[in-house]
Write a protein that binds this ligand. Structure first.
Ligand SMILES: Nc1ncnc2c1ncn2[C@@H]1O[C@H](COP(=O)(O)OP(=O)(O)OP(=O)(O)O)[C@@H](O)[C@H]1O
Ligand SMILES: [Mg+2]
Length: 268
């Protein structure tokens, strides 16, 4: 081959640049070297090349989502230790992470006491959705209600409700720790009515459904809200010990004198 004739490698690099595939371009040299050396088959090389581009695109999507979604942290399903929380069905969470529930506009409710991984799992599903290119938004219930009350006071409620109805996935975390004002509960109900059968919501709570009336200060509205949420819903009911307390068995036992299960759990 003449010196000025582009090599196959140069051609591939040029085509990847022309197609604007920087992830694949960056990985191309090492993948070609592996293929030339016989370490991987042609099929594996193509798969690796496309995979490098998909990884880059997903990470860019995630970075953009971290700016716009207000997710408080990056948590993933892979980081979740299912053996610590045997009441969770791993297959159920893994199937949720495949995101069919988003397409079907179904909800997810994660229930359980403090520290059992409700926020972790909710955030990791939101991150999977963001990587998949879906718009996500995260808020605690207290912040969401404040957000809606401020909009109402400013005369922009209609617009704010529209904005919060838009994301394919809304995470509403921490239902139950802070009681909500009656107006706040009504605004929350309005939002959930709009999202009903329109887009998915993940809700987390330390309280069982029969206690939501007290949290929202209105039993009738809580019942109507729960009715809508549960119509198309996956419930993950977590019964177990706090992951935060896993190194503090003695403290946990003092706080839960009737439940000695923890003593048999791992202490570190
Ligand atoms: N099974 C687990 N494997 C790995 N990390 C876990 C697990 N469960 C919880 N964690 C971690 O422990 C911490 C507490 O979990 P998380 O915040 O999800 O609890 P929570 O159920 O939302 O509690 P709270 O009701 O107090 O908000 C987080 O840092 C989370 O990443
Ligand atoms: Mg939480």
């Amino acid at each position: 081959m003449k010196a000025d004739t582009p090599t196959r490698r140069d051609q591939i690099r040029w085509m990847l640049a022309d197609l604007k595939l920087p992830g694949a371009l960056e990985a191309a040299d090492s993948i070609l070297a592996e293929a030339d050396g016989g370490a991987i088959t042609a099929g594996e090389a193509i798969s690796k090349l496309l995979g490098a581009q998909i990884d880059l695109r997903n990470n860019r999507r995630l970075q953009a989502a971290m700016r716009s979604s207000r997710l408080p942290a990056v948590k993933t399903i892979e980081e979740f230790d299912f053996s610590f929380q045997p009441s969770i069905k791993r297959e159920q969470v893994q199937s949720l992470a495949e995101l069919g529930f988003l397409e079907r506009k179904e909800n997810v409710v994660l229930l359980g006491p403090p520290g059992v991984g409700k926020s972790h799992l909710a955030i990791s599903l939101a991150i999977a959705a963001a990587k998949y290119g879906r718009r996500v938004y995260y808020s605690t219930l207290a912040d969401l209600v404040t957000n809606l009350e401020e909009a109402q006071a400013a005369g922009t409620l209609k617009r704010r409700l529209a904005v919060l109805t838009h994301p394919a996935l809304l995470v509403i975390d921490e239902i139950g720790y802070i009681p909500v004002s009656q107006t706040g509960a009504m605004l929350f109900f309005q939002l959930m009515s709009r999202r009903y059968e329109h887009a998915s919501t993940i809700l987390t709570s330390n309280k069982s459904f029969d206690e939501w009336g007290a949290v929202l200060g209105d039993e009738v509205m809580a019942a109507a809200l729960i009715d809508r949420v549960l119509h198309h819903c996956h419930i993950v009911n977590i019964r177990g010990n706090s992951y935060r307390m896993r190194h503090h068995t003695e403290v946990w036992k003092a706080l839960h004198p009737d439940d000695q299960d923890q003593s048999s759990k791992e202490a570190g």
